[in-house]
Each structure stands twice: as structure tokens, then as C-alpha cells.
Design a protein around this ligand. Structure first.
Ligand SMILES: Cc1ncc(COP(=O)(O)O)c(C=O)c1O
Length: 399
């Protein structure tokens, strides 16, 4: 079937964090503010998912539930196999209500307070929270920004991985917010450095399905068949199929001992129950029947990115924007407009009435940048960019 992603869906009165709870991020928003911050899409869900949810609600009872069925694992593992030629044994999949909590559980199991965890800023900010809230130490291996083209600093990574206190690296692949989809040679070099120095890798691949046409994602662990026991991969239907509120993620843990320790800790000590019945229905339908919808979303996202690129070139020529290879997040450098970061952000929020994610949330490397979630109808994106252009073009020389 054909989906109409141009259609605006009213998300008010749905408890939407993105639309109805913007003030948790920024107190100065108004009823007219357009949200481009948190990473969920404003698109209608895939029809097979809606049908599965309707069918499940028709059954009328929502008791304790388990996803441990052959049909469920066939759907999830079949997806990995078809899209990435990636062979995942269902026995190696662990359930978590989210990727961020899962990263926290793994850090609890693999590290002690005071030990180091490598991240590559500017990077998805909950990585920092999850490390620091456990009294572990952030070891930053900043990405190198060469005119908007982000690269890994391998020499710095090697130095940091060699420190015996450094135990884990959290890799963001594809990378949020810079939008890089790491290529095989980059992943091989990074993986070798970590594994040779006994640094475990948590490879957060939640954005793995959201790729521009012609770009391929490589699951890190497929490059290290003999070292898979030291790589944990986090995946979820939440970004791919816009099911973040369903709170279901699939964590791939190859090492038998670590998986047992996970079960004891997560199920036993933390008493995290199985998934909700609706999340099981939605996840199974997504992975078994969601491909047609995803292909249409990917086309629409590509067009939104092209639209944004042309709009910025024409109306905000001093903004620097490299189209992301993956994700639906646009990472835009406004530093040439000459405002301090805080003044720029305030101008966008208070005058333009748009709410992007401020770049410095992802680390000081994000100074001058804003991240825009472009997974919305094009008319909303156009209106948001029009507001930004009107405000930034008001004064030519602000400082
Ligand atoms: C890299 C990355 N990891 C994890 C998440 C969130 O995962 P979850 O909602 O499953 O905790 C996001 C959401 O934007 C993300 O970008």
C-alpha cells in the first residue's frame, strides 16, 4: 500500500513527549513552537503493525507475557539475515525495555566504579549520563570534524584504549548526531584497537535500518567472528518502525557467561519483567511485515534531506550541512552566523519558535551546531526552516 507521509497527524492528546512535553527540554517554548528535538517520527505507523495491535486488543486480556515463540524469533532474526546478511542465533538475544537501560546493565556487569568507558563526542548524550550516574569515567575520543566530514581519531583511541583502567567502548553506529554510517575499514580498525587492548565494545546499532539510498550498514560483530563474545550489540524496532513508546529492544550477547550474568542481574536482581503484550505484537509485525512501509519512509527521508540541503543553500547559505549517511537527524553548523551558542539557541527557541536539540547537549564539540529531527511532513520541515531563516537573516552582523 502507499503511505502518505505529507499528511500532518495531530499528536496532541496522545501524551507525546515531542509535542506535548517540550517544556521538559526548554521552558521557553510556546503553544506555537515546532518540535525538531527528540528522535521519533511524526509519520503514521505501518499498517501491519496497526492490524496486529488491533487484533491483540480484540483478545481483550493483557496479562504477563513472553515473546519466547518461534514466530517472534523468526521475525527478528529473519530481518537481520535479510537486511544485513547477519546470522543471529535467537538464543543470543536478550530482551530489554530500552537500549539506554541495556547499556547501563552491561556497564554494571562489565565495569567497576572508577573504570573508564570510551565514547566519541559529539555523541548521543544519554551515554554520558549512563556512565557518570554509575560513577564510571567518561573517556572521550572526540571525532575529527574535517569540514563537516567526521572521522575517527585512531591514534587518540589507541592511547585511551591502552590505559588498563579503560574497560568498555560504547560505539554509536550509525552515529547520532553526526549521521556517519561507519564503513568496514573504519570499523575494522576501531574494533582491532579495542579488542587488542581488552576493551569490550557495546555497539549501539539502533539506527542501523535508517540509511540513505546506496549506503550500507555493517554490524560490527560480523567483522570479528572469533571475538564476538567481547562485542554486545544493541538493536530495537523503536527507531526503525517508530515504536519508541513500546519499549522493546533486542540485545545481542554472544558470550554465554555474560548472558547468564545478564539474566541473573536483569531478571533476578532488577526484577525486570518480560515485555508488554502490545510491544510483542508490534515488534513481531514490524520485523515480519514492516519492510514495505520502511522502504517508503527511507525514500521520504532522503527527499527531506535533499529538500533541507537546497533550502539551507538558498536561504541560509552560511549554515554548513553535510547530509547524514544514516539516521533522520540533520546536524547543522550555524557558527558562521556569529552568535554565541546560547544566543543562537535562544534565538531559535524564543524568536523562531522552533525547538531543535542544542548541539552542546552532545558535548562541547557541538558548539555552534543544532540537531534537527527531519522525520516529519515536508510542510512542517519547510515551516521550521522558514522560521529559522527569517530570524537568522534579520541581522547580518550580530557581533
Ligand atoms: C544512539 C541511540 N541509542 C539509543 C537511543 C534510545 O534508545 P531507547 O529508547 O531504546 O533507550 C537513541 C534514541 O534516540 C539513540 O539515538
Amino acid at each position: 500500500m502507499h503511505y502518505d507521509f505529507d499528511k500532518i497527524i495531530d499528536r496532541t492528546h496522545t501524551n507525546s513527549v515531542k509535542w506535548e512535553f517540550m517544556q521538559v527540554m526548554e521552558s521557553e517554548v510556546t503553544a506555537d513552537t515546532l518540535p525538531f528535538w527528540v528522535a521519533d517520527m511524526d509519520f503514521p505507523c505501518a499498517e501491519p503493525i496497526l492490524t496486529a495491535l488491533h487484533n491483540r486488543t480484540e483478545q481483550k486480556v493483557f496479562g504477563y507475557s513472553s515473546h519466547d515463540t518461534p514466530e517472534f524469533f523468526q521475525a527478528v532474526c529473519g530481518w537481520y539475515q535479510n537486511r544485513f546478511n547477519w546470522n543471529v542465533d535467537p538464543a543470543h538475544l536478550a530482551y530489554s525495555p530500552g537500549v539506554v537501560p541495556a547499556i547501563g546493565f552491561i556497564l554494571d556487569l562489565l565495569t567497576k566504579p572508577g573504570e573508564g568507558v570510551i565514547i566519541q563526542r559529539p555523541v548521543y548524550h544519554p551515554f554520558t549520563n549512563i556512565i557518570e550516574s554509575r560513577s564510571r569515567v567518561v573517556v572521550n575520543n572526540p571525532l575529527i570534524n574535517q569540514d563537516g566530514d567526521y572521522r575517527i581519531d585512531y591514534a587518540d583511541l589507541e592511547k585511551k584504549a591502552q590505559n588498563p583502567d579503560t574497560k568498555v567502548m560504547i560505539l554509536c553506529s550509525p552515529h547520532n548526531p553526526v549521521g556517519r554510517v561507519w564503513q568496514k575499514d573504519e570499523l575494522l580498525r576501531l574494533g582491532k584497537i579495542c579488542l587488542q587492548n581488552n576493551v569490550f565494545i557495546i555497539s549501539d546499532e539502533i539506527h542501523c535500518d535508517l540509511l540513505r539510498r546506496g549506503i550500507r550498514h555493517t554490524p560490527l560483530e560480523t567483522l570479528f567472528p572469533r571475538e564476538q563474545h567481547r562485542i554486545i550489540t544493541t538493536t530495537a524496532p523503536s527507531k526503525t518502525f517508530n515504536l519508541a513508546g513500546m519499549q522493546f529492544s533486542n540485545i545481542i550477547i554472544r558470550d554465554d557467561e555474560l548472558r547468564e550474568a545478564w539474566a541473573l542481574y536483569v531478571k533476578g536482581r532488577l526484577a525486570i519483567m518480560g515485555p508488554t503484550p502490545l510491544s510483542i505484537a508490534a515488534t513481531q509485525a514490524a520485523y515480519s511485515q514492516g519492510e514495505e512501509w520502511l522502504e517508503q519512509v527511507l525514500d521520504y527521508l532522503d527527499e527531506n534531506i535533499s529538500f533541507m540541503q537546497s533550502y539551507l543553500a538558498e536561504h541560509l547559505p552560511k549554515a554548513r550541512f553535510s547530509p547524514p549517511e544514516g539516521t533522520y537527524l540533520a546536524w547543522v553548523d550555524f557558527s558562521s552566523y556569529g552568535y554565541t551558542h546560547e544566543a543562537l539557541y535562544k534565538k531559535l527557541v524564543c524568536q523562531a519558535q522552533v525547538l531543535p536539540q542544542s548541539g552542546t547537549v552532545f558535548g562541547s564539540e557541538g558548539m555552534g551546531f543544532m540537531r534537527f529531527n527531519i522525520a516529519c511532513p515536508r510542510s512542517v520541515l519547510r515551516e521550521g526552516l522558514k522560521r529559522v531563516a527569517a530570524v537568522l537573516n534579520q541581522e547580518t552582523n550580530p557581533v
